[in-house]
Design a protein around this ligand. Sequence first.
Ligand code: GLN
Length: 311
Amino acid sequence: MDKATLTRVLDDIHRAAMLAEDRGKVADYIPELARIDPGKFAMSICLPDGSQYSVGDAQVEFSIQSVSKLFTLAIALGRYGDRFWDRVGREPSTFVFNSVQELEARQGIPPNPFVNAGAIVTTDSLLVGAQPKETLAEILQFVRLAASDESIFMDPSVAQSEKRTGHRNWSLAYFLRACSNLHHDCELTLGTYFHQCAIAMTCEQLARCGRFLAGFHPTGGLISPAHVRSINALMMTCGHYDGSGEFAYRVGIPSKSGVGGGILAVLPGKASIAVWSPGLDAHGNSLLGTVALEHLSNALGLSVFSLGSDR
Ligand code: GLN
C-alpha cells in the first residue's frame, strides 16, 4: 500500500466527513450513548509493517458496543470449537439486529453470533464454570492483548444505562431461556453482556485490536488461523446485520459495526481499519463510517471482490 496515497486519501475522507450534513442518528435507546456529539469522526489504519495512520478524533474513547461480539466469538470458538454452532447459526439476518421476531421464527436458535440474540448466547456460553466477573476479566484480557494496550476498560455507566433501558435484550434473553438456549439467569448473562458492550476504546486502539484478524498481530497466535477465517467470513456476511449485503456491495471488506458508531474492518494480510462516527443509518450501522470505508475501498481498490482496477 503506497503510504503517500494512503495519507492523502485519509485526509480527503476526513475533510468530506467534517463537511457532511447528513450524519445519521445517534443511538438513543441507551441514554449514555444519546449524549455523544454526532460531529465526532475518526479513522485509523494499521499495516503489517507496524505503521499506523490516523485522522480526526482517533484518540477519543467511544463505546464499542457490538464490535465486542468479535472478541467473545473468538474466545467461544477457542473454547468450544464446532460445538459452539449447536446453539447459534451462521446465516445473515433478515430483520433488525435486536429482532424478537427473527428469533421466534428460528425457534430460539439465533441466525448468527453478531445479532444481539446470537451474542447473548455467546456470552452465556462463556459463563459456563465462571462467575460474571471472571468472564468479563477474560474478555478484557483478550481485548487488551489484541490491542497491545493494558489501559482499555469497561465503562460501568454505559452498562448500567443499558441495563435499565435495554428492554429488547431482556425480551430476547427470556425468549432464549424459554427455548432452553440460555443456560444462566437472564440477569446474569445480560449483566455480563451489557458490560462487554460497554468496553471503551479509541479508534487507534480498535484498529490495533483488529490485527489478529488481519494476520499480523505482533505476538501472533491469539486464535487459530481456521477461526480467523471463520470470523472474517461471518463479518462479511453478517457484520452489518440486515444491511450486510449492501455493505459488502459498497465496501467489500469483512467488518463489524456497533451502535456506538464504530466499525472494525479487516483485510487479511493487508490492513486493520477502524472508523468512528456516532450517527447511525436505519440498520444501526455508522452512516459516515460506512461512507468513509466506501471511499477508502474505492480509492485504494480494497474490496475483496475488486480486481484493483475498477475505478
Ligand atoms: N449493546 C447494544 C445492544 O445490545 C449493542 C447493539 C449494537 O451495537 N448493534 O443493543
